[in-house]
Design a protein around this ligand. Sequence first.
Ligand SMILES: NC(=O)c1ccc[n+]([C@@H]2O[C@H](COP(=O)([O-])OP(=O)(O)OC[C@H]3O[C@@H](n4cnc5c(N)ncnc54)[C@H](OP(=O)(O)O)[C@@H]3O)[C@@H](O)[C@H]2O)c1
Length: 326
Amino acid sequence: MQAIVISEPGGPDVLTWTEQPDPRPGPGEVLLDVAASAVNRADLLQRQGVYPPPPGASEVPGLECSGVVAALGEGVAEFRVGDEVCALLAGGGYGQRVAVPVGQVLPVPAGVDLVTAASLPEVACTVWSNVVLTAGLVAGEVLLVHGGAGGIGTHAIQVGKALGATVAVTAGSRERLDRCAVLGADVLVNYGEQDFVEQVRAATDGHGADVVLDNMGAKYLPGNVSVLARNGRLVVIGMQGGVKGELNLGKLLAKCGSVTATTLRNRPLEEKAAIVDEVATQLWPLVEAGTVQPVVHEVLPVERAADAHRAMEDGGVFGKLILRMP
Ligand SMILES: NC(=O)c1ccc[n+]([C@@H]2O[C@H](COP(=O)([O-])OP(=O)(O)OC[C@H]3O[C@@H](n4cnc5c(N)ncnc54)[C@H](OP(=O)(O)O)[C@@H]3O)[C@@H](O)[C@H]2O)c1
C-alpha cells in the first residue's frame, strides 16, 4: 500500500507519500481499505518527534479514518467485508489500509457520506468521553469550551446544545466566534481581547461554568478554577498553554470542584471500546438526526498532508481537515 510516513522528525515537509508493507488483521481486528483520514493536533506533535505512537501502534500517522471493511481477523463477527465504517485509531490513518481492533470500529452514521465520516471518530469519542462520561454534563448546566472554532470545539458546542446546556466558547477572532454562534454557542469570548472568567460570569449572572473543556492546560488553570461554578468539573484535554501550572486547592475545595486530565490514544482497548460503544448508541442518533453535524473546513488529497499540517499550524482552520485517499 501507499502511506504517508514521517521520514525524520521535523516540519511538514518530512511527511512523505511512499510504499509501505500492507497491514494484516490480527485476532479481533478488522482490515480497512481507507477512504479518508483527518488531521489532529497530536499528528503535528508526532511529526515533530515529541509524541511517539504507543507501543505496537503503526508508525504511519493518523488517529481516525473512514473506509470499507476489506478482511476480518479471527473471531470478528460484528462486521462483514464490504461494510462502510469509520474508526478510532492509535495510528495508521494516513495509509491506504489499516488494521484496527473491532471495538474501535463504528458504523458510518446514516446521512453522512463516507469521506466526511473520517472527521468524526476522534472528536466524537473525545467530546463524549470527557463532557458526558467524565464530567457528567446535564441539561440546564453551563459548558465552557475553549478553542470553540477547532475540530474538538465545533463538535463540543453542538453536543453541549444537544444535551440542553448553555454553551460558552473562546476563540481568536470575532469572525470565528460568529461561526461558533451559528453552531449554537450562546456566550462568545474573544480570548485575545477579553477575560473569559469575567465574560462567562457576567453572562450567567455570576454562576460560572459547571463544566470546562480545556485545550490550554497550564496557562488557563487559574482562570478555569476561578470560572468553575459550585460542584464544577474542569476537564483538561490539551496542553497548548503548557504542562505545569499552579492549582489553587483552596479555591477548588471551596467550590467542591474537580480537575481531571485525560487522553484517548493511550487508553487500554477495553476503555476505548466502551467509549466507542457509547458514541455509537448515544451520539450517532444525534448525528443521524442532524442535531450534531460534521464541521469540515476542507478535504485535501492525502499526498498533500504537508499542506494540511501547515494550515493547522498557521491557524484559521474552522472544524476539521480531511485527507482523502487516492
Ligand atoms: N486528550 C485527548 O484525548 C485529546 C483528543 C483530541 C484532541 N485533544 C486536544 O484538544 C485540543 C484541540 O484539538 P483540535 O483537534 O480541535 O485542534 P485544533 O482544531 O487545531 O484547535 C485548536 C484550537 O486552539 C485554540 N486556541 C489557540 N490559542 C488559544 C487560547 N489562547 N485560548 C483558547 N483557545 C485557543 C484555537 O482557537 P482559534 O483558532 O480561534 O485561535 C483552535 O480552535 C488540542 O490541544 C488537542 O491536542 C486531546
